[in-house]
Design a protein around this ligand. Structure first.
Ligand code: FES
Length: 156
């Protein structure tokens, strides 16, 4: 998930990691599967995946857990349609998807979950640091490529 400072908070969205270039992440907060785990125990989504047998070989599991977290983080209403849309693009060769959908549907949803990632991290200092960098120019030069982001340009 990638967090972007917006209107006083860091908004997190799921990102497809295999097509993210490092320069696209400048000034953003990256949260991996490890970063979604609370200090003790498991997140409600991780526990739901266990309870509903949403993981078999485990190859796809990190992607599905992050995608589920993204649905709960960004959607105003979580139902089967939102889960199916949010999970699109993740492939599982073992489960047949039904246990993963059932895991997502079993997680209680209330509006407070929209700020869950913000509550896991020290969001105010992080927000201020990221917001200060948001409009800064960026120049990355390598032997084969040059990337330049002019001042004021933001990418999502
Ligand atoms: Fe094996 Fe999904 S649990 S690919």
């Amino acid at each position: 998930m990638v967090g972007v400072p917006e209107a006083g908070v860091i908004r997190y969205r799921v990102a497809v990691s295999c097509i993210q270039s490092l320069y696209q992440l400048d000034g953003k907060h990256v949260v991996t599967i490890e970063g979604l785990t609370p200090r003790s125990g498991q997140s409600p989504i991780q526990q739901a995946m266990v309870d509903h047998h949403g993981s078999q070989c485990g190859f796809c599991t990190p992607g599905f857990v992050v995608a589920l977290e993204g649905v709960f983080e960004s959607e105003a209403r979580v139902d089967e349609g939102a889960l199916r849309t949010g999970l699109a693009g993740n492939l599982c060769r073992c489960t047949g998807y039904v246990p993963i959908l059932e895991a997502g549907l079993s997680v209680p949803f209330d509006g407070s979950r929209a700020e869950r990632l913000s509550s896991l991290y020290a969001s105010r200092p992080m927000y201020e640091e990221l917001a200060a960098r948001a409009g800064a120019p960026l120049l990355i030069e390598t032997a084969r490529r040059v990337f330049f982001r002019p001042r004021g340009w933001t990418t999502r």
